[in-house]
Write a protein that binds this ligand. Structure first.
Ligand code: ATP
Length: 232
């Protein structure tokens, strides 16, 4: 589904990712863990086509990313939830969702697509007319995910979606991720909350200083010494 094959990136002369390989199979939840500065957002940007690796290759649904224009990525069924949510604060929740809908062009009408999102996030439904910038952090996280789900993606790639949320909201957020996975969406979850992420992921990778230093099933990673030392 999604495969990174030994990609390396640099900013100027500084190497940031060094031969990073990872694989996300259809129907799975995979997490990419790593401390601050490890290169997680850089990996996200590379997958979103915002940053071109100078070596290695990214394949999405059998197509080389290098051959796909960024604006055509949505047509492949991949949705991206960027770090910091990136909502438009001065327009309503409904308008933010409309932007996601227009970008991803799903088959159902906006009204039907909106109903799908509201069913998943009733709180969002109560706040459609409110300016997005006035929502709580937890509500903004729901809208950021809703803005992608409204496009009916096959896969969602999320960059630290729970950053800044309370433990209770983090738990709720991960329950939602489990739910969308059960509905058939493949998930790549880029996270610092290792324990919570590994509780819902099937497998994962640990990125340290731009390199994958551990990978395996969620169970294997939970007993990995480096991960225990860093997080648990
Ligand atoms: P965090 O959890 O803190 O967001 P991260 O794992 O997402 O960290 P990245 O944002 O990918 O880390 O950054 C990896 C490294 O690349 C860091 O050392 C960072 O300072 C550097 N970096 C990121 N963006 C740029 C840039 N535009 N120019 C130069 N260096 C950059």
């Amino acid at each position: 589904m999604l495969e990174l094959d030994a990609i390396s990136t640099r900013y100027g002369v500084v190497n940031i990712l060094n031969k990073v390989s990872l694989k996300v199979d259809e129907g799975s939840v995979v997490c990419l863990l790593g401390p601050n500065g490890a290169g997680k957002t850089t990996t996200f940007k590379a997958i979103a086509g915002l940053l071109r690796p100078y070596e290695g290759q990214i394949t999405i649904y059998g197509r080389k990313l290098a051959d796909i224009k960024t604006e055509d990525l949505a047509g492949l069924g991949v949705g991206f939830v960027p770090e910091g949510r990136r909502l438009f604060p001065e327009i309503s929740v409904r308008e933010n969702l409309q932007i996601g809908y227009d970008a991803l062009k799903p088959k159902d009408s906006f009204k039907q697509a909106l109903e799908r999102v509201v069913e998943l996030f009733p709180r969002v439904g109560e706040r459609l007319a409110q300016d997005a910038g006035t929502l709580s952090g937890g509500e903004q996280a729901m809208v950021a995910l809703g803005r992608v789900l409204i496009g009916n993606p096959k896969m969602v790639v999320m960059d630290e979606p729970t950053l800044g949320l309370s433990p209770k909201l983090i738990e709720e957020y991960f329950m939602t991720v489990e739910r969308i996975h059960k509905e058939g969406i493949t998930v790549l979850l880029i996270e610092q909350n290792a324990e919570a992420a590994l509780s819902i992921a099937h497998s994962g990778y640990l990125l340290l200083k731009g390199q994958i230093v551990a990978s395996g099933s969620a169970k294997e990673l939970l007993s990995n010494d480096v991960i225990k030392h860093l997080y648990l």
